[in-house]
Design a protein around this ligand. Structure first.
Ligand SMILES: [Zn+2]
Length: 185
């Protein structure tokens, strides 16, 4: 049985990206997406799922990869929201990664983009990227980090609970399709 760790970015004293104007905080959005993804996976597959946090608490980056290691996770997905004035969705893997991780990224990325475009055709696909992010570098299992739109320019979507549910379920389906957890597809 596959074990998945979902990592809602930030939390507690670390709000992540914030939009003062709209009262949105990255830490709240990432937790909601992760909880929706977990709920969908548990309801529709036999995968075991653990979140690095289930509520609004601060967890160090190093502790997040340790949680995944202790759980003996097969796959790790870190969930974030972008900031800095752009718009759209992008995903990351570590600089040096194996084919399996790239295939995992492609499955997750494509499912999320398809879901987003189903209702919002104009959301830019910013592509599959690589970066030296701590949670990607320090996890030993295939790991992908998703940047789910931008807190400033995409706030109309990010404040919509149904949209966050769609995003969470898209993460779950992307994982399920890759792992061939057939009941989900
Ligand atoms: Zn973040």
């Amino acid at each position: 049985m596959y074990k998945i760790v979902l990592d809602p970015g930030h939390g507690g004293e670390d709000p992540g990206a914030i939009s003062l104007e709209n009262g949105l905080r990255e830490k709240d959005i990432t937790l909601k997406i992760a909880l929706y993804a977990k709920e969908f996976l548990l309801k529709n597959s036999l995968a075991r799922v653990k979140l690095t946090r289930e509520n609004d608490v601060f967890i160090k980056l190093r502790e997040r990869s340790k949680i995944a290691k202790r759980f003996k996770a097969d796959f790790f997905v870190s969930i974030h929201v972008n900031a800095g004035g752009g718009t759209g969705f992008e995903s990351y893997i570590y600089l040096e990664t194996k084919d399996l991780t790239l295939a995992f990224q492609q499955s997750l990325h494509n499912e999320i983009i398809n879901t987003l475009h189903h209702q919002h055709e104009s959301i830019p696909n910013r592509g599959l990227k690589r970066a030296n992010y701590a949670v990607l570098r320090e996890t030993s299992m295939p790991a992908v980090l998703t940047e789910n739109l931008f807190i400033e320019r995409d706030f109309e979507l990010l404040k919509d609970e149904m949209f966050l549910k769609d995003l969470g379920e898209a993460h779950a389906r992307g994982i399920a399709k890759f792992l061939k957890l057939e009941t989900l597809i």
